[in-house]
Design a protein around this ligand. Structure first.
Ligand code: PAN
Ligand code: ZN
Length: 192
């Protein structure tokens, strides 16, 4: 296993940004085609306002993706909706399903949606200071349920890996939508 020098990263608790930063991944609406339930709204946004930035992932240091390492990063989800569905991450299972994760809320309001392969869904609300546990076997996706950027820190086992393809294919059984002035979890009409 690689021997890594100890190091620290500075977390901006207001913005969720890390420094120093070696990699910023930006996810725009076009990177998430087909993930929001309302495809017409998705196409309309891209045609009328352009390719909207949905979320960013900040990584301070590239660590080897191997057992024993603890990978970590921050995520910032910008507020907004596609149709009535709130801005969210793509979501994934860990390639090694028996690897868990910890999310710590930094700023804004959101929630983590979790799903088992049998379609069981749970929703855990998050805000500044919330430590949310993502147990092994649960796919996970985060949603911004507020009107400011929602940011959180995450840490997971180095050998977990990411399986995006399963969620791209089946989706989540529930989606978080804005109805009557609040965020509510409803059945996903497109869940397969
Ligand atoms: C998180 C996520 C991050 C972005 O660090 O990777 O929030 O979400 P997507 O990976 O679904 O685009 C994590 O769960 N890592 O394992
Ligand atoms: Zn994960």
């Amino acid at each position: 296993m690689a021997l890594i020098e100890p190091f620290a990263t500075q977390l901006d608790l207001q913005t969720g940004k890390l420094s120093p930063v070696t990699r910023i991944v930006q996810r725009r609406l076009s990177d998430m085609r087909g993930m929001y339930a309302d495809t017409q709204a998705e196409n309309q946004i891209i045609a009328q306002e352009g390719d909207r930035l949905i979320y960013e992932v900040y990584t301070a240091t590239e660590l080897p993706e191997e057992e024993g390492q603890v990978l970590h990063c921050t995520t910032i989800i910008y507020p907004g909706k596609v149709g009535d569905e709130l801005h969210m991450t793509k979501g994934h299972y860990h390639a090694k399903r028996d690897r868990g994760e910890v999310y710590v809320g930094l700023s804004g309001e959101g929630c983590v949606l979790l799903q088992l392969e049998d379609g069981t869904v749970r929703s855990v609300p998050m805000g500044p200071g919330t430590a949310a546990y993502v147990p092994p076997y649960w796919a996970h996706r985060t949603v911004n349920t507020g009107s400011a950027p929602f940011s959180f820190f995450s840490a997971w086992p180095g050998d977990a890996g990411h399986d995006y393809a399963t969620i791209e294919r089946v989706g989540f059984a529930k989606i978080m939508v804005w109805r009557d002035g609040k965020a509510v979890l409803v059945d996903n009409p497109r869940y397969k």
